[in-house]
Design a protein around this ligand. Structure first.
Ligand code: HPA
Length: 279
């Protein structure tokens, strides 16, 4: 009989873990995924070690403007955080397992909490451009799942998804926002594959399904994180009215521009959340 060592979670991340470990001993408590136009938040990190994702074996490459790929390891509000700057999306042509690779990697590096941000179109009339929305649930309307294939023993074959976003954490973060004069909403996020924006008929349909905001990311990452048992908080920046609900046709530059405007408030809220993480 051969001796065995403790199983490494997610073996496809092993080489990338080794590369990170050559550069930093940092063990993140929390991973923070920065959505469209929100990548600057990582610049606030102290004692930062930045690793271009192109240096990490197995890491998928982003092709979208505003999504340059880096992992930034640092401290912010006294918390060891790894920032995932520049996510990859299904619409870029990546397999869904590649889209969730960064989550497997940060889990393998030690992160057990995930704060995921994104830019989204507002469907609920309360979700006007500039709104910050806590994600309380999601609808997987891209019908892709990163867990398809042999199950990794890091998590169950059939993970429970009845509460993918930690409701106690949402309550806590929402109370902090309120106490600090930051208006927020809460709602259901629907994931569509993209890259075309939705038709008006699709948005009407998604509204009937119960969606409050629509976007092209986040859900595969959250499914992967829940497989690993990570605690998840999700925050959407509403950057535009969803198709047919505003005056203008949709334009990615507008999405990025609104992301910039709300950046300071989002940064303030993220700092408040980091200062008061659940144990
Ligand atoms: N639809 C899909 N994804 C988006 C949108 C939208 O309206 N806004 C930002 N990301």
């Amino acid at each position: 009989m051969t001796s065995t060592t403790a199983a490494t979670p997610y073996p496809d991340t092993q080489e990338a873990v080794a590369t990170v470990r050559e550069r930093t001993p940092h063990v993140p408590r929390l991973a923070l995924v920065l959505g469209s136009g929100l990548g600057d938040l990582a610049e606030a990190a102290e004692e930062a070690v930045t690793i271009p994702t192109t240096d990490l074996p197995g890491y998928p490459h982003s092709t979208v403007a505003g999504h340059d790929g880096q992992l930034v390891f640092g401290r912010i509000e006294g918390v060891d955080v790894v920032f995932i700057r520049g996510r990859v999306h299904l619409y870029e042509g990546h397999p869904v397992r590649a889209v969730s690779f960064p989550i497997r990697l940060v889990y393998a590096l030690g992160a057990r909490q995930l704060l995921v941000t994104n830019a989204a179109g507002g469907i609920n009339p309360r979700c006007t451009p500039g709104t910050l929305m806590f994600i309380t649930d999601h609808i997987n309307f891209a019908f892709a799942n990163p867990l398809v294939g042999p199950n990794d023993p890091a998590g169950p074959r059939f993970p429970d998804m009845s509460e993918p976003y930690d409701s106690a954490w949402v309550d806590r973060a929402e109370a902090l926002a309120l106490a600090n004069g930051i208006a927020t909403e809460r709602g259901t996020y629907i994931w569509t594959r993209g890259p075309s924006y939705e038709t008006q008929a699709e948005i009407q349909a998604y509204r009937l399904l119960g969606a409050d905001a629509v976007g092209m990311s986040t859900v595969p990452e959250v499914i992967q994180a829940r497989h690993a048992g990570m605690q998840v908080l999700g925050l959407s920046t509403i950057t535009n009215y969803a198709a047919g609900l505003g005056e203008e046709p949709l334009d990615h530059d507008d999405v990025l521009a609104v992301g910039q405007d709300i950046r300071a408030t989002l940064e303030q809220l993220v700092r408040l959340i980091l200062r008061d993480l659940p144990t």
